[in-house]
Design a protein around this ligand. Structure first.
Ligand SMILES: [Zn+2]
Length: 76
């Protein structure tokens, strides 16, 4: 699989996924992703994307302005 932006090779790694909701920011740490070493872009698979969506929905119930959660804690 190659990067959709710069066509470089992607490597498996972990990223911090940041969701900017405007007034609030949710940071999901250690998300498994395919990472582009050239431009820094990353891509998650469909399964991971669905889990991230669920994590963000859950995190929205928390009123903190900045919320940091670990991916592994949330999908366990
Ligand atoms: Zn790239």
């Amino acid at each position: 699989m190659n990067c959709a932006l710069c066509k470089a090779n992607l490597t498996n790694g972990k990223v911090n996924h940041i969701v900017d909701l405007g007034e609030r920011i949710i940071i999901v740490k250690n998300v498994p992703a395919s990472v582009c070493k050239q431009c820094g872009e990353y891509f998650v698979d469909t399964d991971t994307a669905l889990k991230l969506e669920a994590i963000v929905e859950e995190a929205k119930k928390n009123k903190a302005e900045v919320l940091i959660v670990r991916y592994n804690d949330m999908v366990a």
